[in-house]
Design a protein around this ligand. Structure first.
Ligand SMILES: *[C@@H]1O[C@H](CO)[C@@H](O)[C@H](O)[C@H]1NC(C)=O
Ligand SMILES: *[C@@H]1O[C@H](CO)[C@@H](O)[C@H](O)[C@H]1NC(C)=O
Ligand SMILES: [Zn+2]
Length: 452
């Protein structure tokens, strides 16, 4: 072999993903190729179709990519829900490429991550909007779906009395997706600013409103998660990198404090699906020039990987009834964290609770069983690629021994918050509404609605 040919071979690895904006068709082709050549760690599936009939493809990566494994948390990244905010599409394809390459070359970090985590990637939630998008940095051409709807305003909202009449097909697909897997942690990638924003995005002036922020019971965890991203990013934590925006302390901000919005995806994930989600604004320009893409990937790569690892915060395990059977819909609450909808076990009897290191009192409730209270010492899980494991063993109420055990009925479950029935409802009808948004608030929403 001539030395020049050898040189060329060294320069050209088997396949490299180019740094450019791939069309929706090319993304589909790429995902199919990754799926086909990595059957041991990849699983490609569609969560539905858009208004114009394009598939919403999700690639799952992990050693059991095809199905959930008890004890393995489900993580997801969603990009391009605003069709003209396009960097996330590129970043998520590069992320897929990087994880597959890392696994194939036996990199210790990637082997550990994919060995105990299932990572789902939806590179475009709004491919129709992308097809309409202008390459302008700030305009909103292409932001909306084919019906002209803003998908990040189209989810049922726990704080709004207004009912969502028409659920857009892309929103419907995501709502249904949340029913099929117990997602634990997620991020939703946007452009037009540089900041990690965390729930809530909305408020109706109840106890969640603290100063100018709308604070969740898991605020400490959300602030930590947002800082993991901003400080792992090349310079997001400096907080003042886009001229048009105000400085963001540490490169993070409470969504409502930045600007209130109704029907957002991150609040829906948290309130109704028990999945902690951030909104990541990753480029000042919504449609960065293609030549900037390699540098933008390098700015975000470490942060995208570090954020996935955070799915291993806290505690995970199963709840077993008095006969040793894992039970669905047991309420697992942590002292001092009164969620609008209490966290419940899934169909495998599992719960996942993201918590910072410390001691926490858990209370577990299930019909016909004694309320169980236990204090758990929580270490920092991400370094070990696993949350602390802790199962709860319930005892049947003594007065009921000998009787047939009862499954929880609809009436036993908080009717407003049984996330299964709510998700199936397709609207905000069961939201724990506590009042109407003020007129002034709605006005603010309109004013700032195009900033991200
Ligand atoms: C993914 O690859 C598997 C294994 O080759 C194949 O059976 C499946 O049809 C592929 N899925 C898609 C959506 O192409
Ligand atoms: C948690 O409790 C243990 C004893 O059970 C104690 O040693 C430890 O200091 C506590 N940790 C914190 C952070 O309070
Ligand atoms: Zn956006």
């Amino acid at each position: 072999m001539s030395s020049s040919l050898l040189f060329l071979l060294l320069l050209a690895p088997a396949s490299t993903l180019e740094f450019r904006y791939h069309s929706n068709g090319e993304i589909q082709q790429y995902l199919m190729q990754v799926n086909a050549s990595n059957p041991d760690i990849a699983h490609l599936y569609s969560i539905g179709t858009t208004g114009r009939g394009q598939q919403l493809w999700v690639l799952a990566l992990g050693v059991s990519a095809r199905r959930h494994t008890v004890g393995v948390p489900e993580f997801k990244y969603v990009a391009n829900m605003h069709g003209n905010e396009v960097l996330g599409r590129v970043l998520l394809l590069q992320l897929v490429e990087d994880l597959v390459r890392g696994y194939r070359s036996n990199e210790a970090w990637t082997l550990r991550l994919l060995g105990g985590t299932r990572v789902h990637v939806l590179p475009t939630m709004n491919p129709d909007g992308f097809d309409d998008a202008d390459t302008d940095c700030v305009f909103s051409q292409g932001r909306f779906n084919s019906n002209g709807a803003d998908l990040n305003r189209g989810f049922p909202d726990a704080f709004a009395a207004l009912r969502q009449q028409n659920v857009e097909p892309e929103v419907r697909a995501v709502i249904d997706w949340l029913k099929t897997e117990t997602f634990v942690l997620s991020a939703n990638l946007h452009g037009g600013a540089l900041v990690a924003s965390y729930p809530y995005d909305n408020s109706n002036g109840g106890p969640e409103l603290v100063g100018r922020a709308s604070i969740t019971p898991d605020d400490d965890v959300f602030v930590h998660l947002a800082k993991v991203y901003s400080y792992s990013h090349a310079w997001m934590s400096r907080g003042d990198m886009c001229k048009e925006n105000r400085p963001f302390q540490d490169g993070i901000i409470n969504g409502y404090q930045w600007y209130p919005l109704q029907g957002g995806m991150q609040d829906f994930n948290y309130v109704w699906a028990q999945c902690l989600e951030l909104t990541l604004e990753l480029s000042c320009c919504k449609f960065p020039p293609p030549e900037e893409l390699p540098a933008l990937w390098m700015d975000n790569k470490k942060a995208l990987l570090a954020y996935i690892q955070q799915v291993h915060l806290g505690v995970k395990g199963r709840v077993f009834d008095g006969s040793g059977v894992p039970v669905e819909n047991a309420v697992v609450e942590v002292g001092g964290r009164q969620d609008l909808c209490p966290f419940r076990t899934n169909q495998y009897g599992e719960y996942y609770r993201l918590l910072l290191p410390g001691n926490y009192t858990f209370t577990v409730e299930y019909p016909d069983h004694e309320v169980l209270t236990e204090t758990i010492n929580v270490p920092y899980g991400p370094d070990r690629f696993s949350a602390k494991r802790h199962d709860f063993l319930l005892r049947r109420l003594a007065s009921l021994t000998g009787l047939a055990p009862a499954k929880p009925t609809q009436a036993d479950l908080t009717p407003t918050c049984n996330h299964r029935s709510t998700l199936e409802g397709g609207g905000a009808r069961a939201a724990p509404t506590r009042g109407l948004l003020t007129v002034g608030l709605s006005f603010l929403v309109v004013l700032r609605s195009l900033a991200d």
